[in-house]
Ligand binder design. Structure first.
Ligand code: 2NE
Length: 270
């Protein structure tokens, strides 16, 4: 498959193939753990994915066959957060979660190995997860002095139920890809050598579907869980659709032409 580089980064690879953008955490020496720079790189790539209309689906994965992502890089964990190159403690992976959540396009986790700690949260936040049969899933926070009580817990509970979510966090055990699939947090498990083919197949299928329909389904499913923030994103897209209608154009035109708007000429559907 001929992936082409969209942009070069320090900590990630960012590639394109036929409507699909692939963001690969490229730190195999630490099992693709993220540091603040990694999250800044991913956030920048996500902004490009949002802006480019030739990108319809985004895939997250990790370099190699060992790890998808092992969470926050413990080597740079300091007092108050993960320390960036200027000495500032950060937890900017949360900004990535927000970017995935508000991305108006499907985001798929292609889990090629360990999805552990913050790496587990990363796949939880994605819209879909396809895993290789060697993948392992689990949280470690309460073992290593951390936790994610945000999407990493509440959204997880929506996938697996409250009891399982508490088990995953309280015990910090590891689960096989098959167990994760049975729990409802993985959509499909395939042999490692088929992982990318399967993921690209899913992407191609979604690329044939109506982008606006997928966008609104994602917004609606998010809105049910995200309170006013979710409603705001849903409502923003409703406004965008309204702006596509002649009825909205009439309001603006009337203002600019200094006349009363004639909204009565537009149909009122039952
Ligand atoms: C992933 C896991 C289970 C793999 O175990 P194993 O035995 O197969 O490999 P090993 O030897 O532990 O790891 C291979 C290399 O990767 C590094 C290791 O230190 C090791 O390096 P070398 O000794 O070969 O030089 N490595 C792995 N994970 C790393 C990490 N997160 N940071 C830095 N180096 C790492 C096993 O490695 C494991 O349990 N890793 C730690 C997982 C973890 O606890 N992550 C942080 C959770 S907290 C978090 O991510 C978080 C949050 O809870 C809330 C907000 C934001 C972040």
């Amino acid at each position: 498959r001929a992936w082409t580089t969209i942009k070069e980064y320090e900590d990630i690879k960012f590639d394109f193939f036929e409507g699909i953008a692939k963001i690969t955490i490229n730190r195999p020496e630490v099992y693709n753990a993220f540091r603040p720079q990694t999250n800044f790189d991913m956030l920048d790539a996500m902004e490009i994915c949002r802006e480019r209309s030739d990108i319809g689906v985004i895939v997250f994965t990790g370099t190699g066959d060992k790890a998808f992502c092992s969470g926050g890089d413990q080597n740079v964990k300091g007092v108050g957060g993960y320390i960036d190159e200027h000495g500032v403690p950060r937890l900017n992976v949360l900004d990535l979660h927000k970017a995935i959540r508000s991305m108006p396009k499907p985001v798929i986790a292609m889990v090629n190995g360990y999805a552990i700690g913050g790496g587990h949260v990363l796949h939880v936040v994605c819209d879909l997860t396809i895993a290789s049969d060697n993948a392992k899933f689990g949280q470690t926070g309460p073992k290593v002095g951390s936790f994610d009580a945000g999407f990493g817990s509440s959204f997880l509970a929506r996938h697996v139920g409250q009891k399982k979510a508490r088990e995953i966090w309280f015990l910090c055990k590891q689960y096989t890809a098959k167990e994760a699939e049975e729990m409802g947090m993985v959509n499909k498990v395939v042999p490692l050598e088929q992982l990318e083919d399967e993921t690209v197949d899913w992407c191609k299928t979604m690329l044939m579907r109506s982008p606006m329909a997928l966008r609104m389904i994602k917004r609606g499913l998010n809105a049910e869980l995200d309170g006013q923030r979710g409603l705001m994103e849903f409502a923003g897209d409703a406004t965008m659709m309204y702006y596509l209608m002649e009825e909205a154009q009439e309001g603006k035109n009337a203002f600019l032409e200094k006349r009363d708007p004639d909204f009565q000429k537009f149909p009122k559907f039952p």
